[in-house]
Ligand binder design. Structure first.
Ligand SMILES: Nc1ncnc2c1ncn2[C@@H]1O[C@H](COP(=O)(O)OP(=O)(O)O)[C@@H](O)[C@H]1O
Ligand SMILES: [Mg+2]
Length: 301
């Protein structure tokens, strides 16, 4: 089923749900029972996958990781809120093909706020999911949102998506960016298979040796940013997740060009101070000026 629908932006009409009136018993293959859209109705906390309607440039970098669900027969199910914030809320989402355990994955959906409330779970989930299965409707929806604060909100989601793509391609440990659609960014969920999110560094209780290792990982990822000319710009123990002993950096909409941005050096310095202060308070003494110098060297190399 996935292959049938996977590379289908050229023919979006195929993505329309099969009306039950035209799906007769004769259409059914005798060899397999694949559920058609007519058999599946999204529930209150569900919508059809938005993947088929996403233009290629708004999908994550190639090659797509094997776990990315590309089937147009998938449903997005909202499983809960990971965190509400000032500019964005982060939800736990499952994207899965009903009755196909091989095609299912957990995603983090970061939704930037605009003037409207998120329409995902409040109203018309079913209608909305349907309408975004059509690329023309998606464009119309996107147009409608090109006003006022909605534009600003979408600019943040696109900025974060671009930053994640860039850093992913450089090999930095960021969540894989799956897609961006208006104000909603979908990315790899960092956590376990049960939907328990990885803790932020701020909540991690480790001994000094483990902390020292986490620090080294953070320096490594900062060096990748710096070598590409960037600072994270909001680096702290709250924007670093620790999963199975590995650090992932999140919350990238504001990454800054160290040289081109007049605040670039200050923000890089602040990142260094935030990190070194945090570790030093936990008796892993690290020198912010030394780190700053190392990052500067990396950015000029
Ligand atoms: N990809 C992800 N996987 C798991 N949890 C995430 C992910 N992205 C964000 N979160 C959770 O949501 C919180 C807020 O995300 P963040 O991008 O930092 O947004 P904010 O702008 O609100 O700080 C994070 O601290 C983390 O707990
Ligand atoms: Mg954050």
């Amino acid at each position: 089923m996935s292959d049938l629908f996977a590379s289908s932006e050229a023919s979006s009409s195929r993505l329309s749900p099969v009306p039950s009136s035209t799906a007769s018993a004769f259409d059914a293959s005798p060899f397999e029972s694949v559920p058609t859209f007519a058999d599946v109705e999204p529930g209150d906390n569900q919508r059809w996958t938005t993947w088929p309607a996403i233009t290629p440039s708004e999908r994550g970098p190639l090659p797509w990781p094997a776990w990315v669900v590309t089937s147009a027969g998938a449903l997005d199910t909202e499983l809960g809120i990971l965190k509400t914030g000032k500019e964005a809320d982060v939800f736990l989402l499952e994207r899965a093909v009903p009755d196909d355990p091989a095609q299912g994955t957990l995603l983090a959906a970061k939704r930037y706020r605009d003037t409207d409330h998120s329409s995902f779970h409040r109203s018309g989930v079913y209608t909305e999911g349907r309408s975004t299965r059509n690329t023309r409707d998606t464009r119309a929806l996107a147009k409608k949102s090109e006003h006022g604060r909605a534009v600003a909100a979408a600019q943040w989601s696109f900025a974060e998506f671009d930053a994640l793509c860039r850093m992913w391609e450089l090999g930095a440990p960021v969540p894989y960016p799956v897609q961006v659609n208006g104000t909603e960014l979908l990315m790899e969920f960092v956590g376990d298979a049960n939907g328990v999110a990885a803790p932020r560094l701020a909540a991690v209780r480790s001994d000094r040796a483990e902390l020292a290792d986490l620090y080294d990982q953070i320096v490594d990822l900062m060096r990748i940013f710096a070598a590409a000319g960037f600072a994270h710009g909001d680096l702290s123990a709250y924007n670093l997740l620790v999963h199975d002993g590995r650090v992932r950096v999140i919350d990238l909409p504001q990454i800054v060009d160290i040289i081109a941005n007049p605040q670039g050096l200050d923000l890089l310095h602040r990142d260094c101070v935030n990190i070194c202060d945090w570790f030093t308070r936990r008796r892993v003494e690290r020198d912010a000026e030394e780190l700053f110098a190392e990052m500067l060297a990396a950015s000029y190399a």
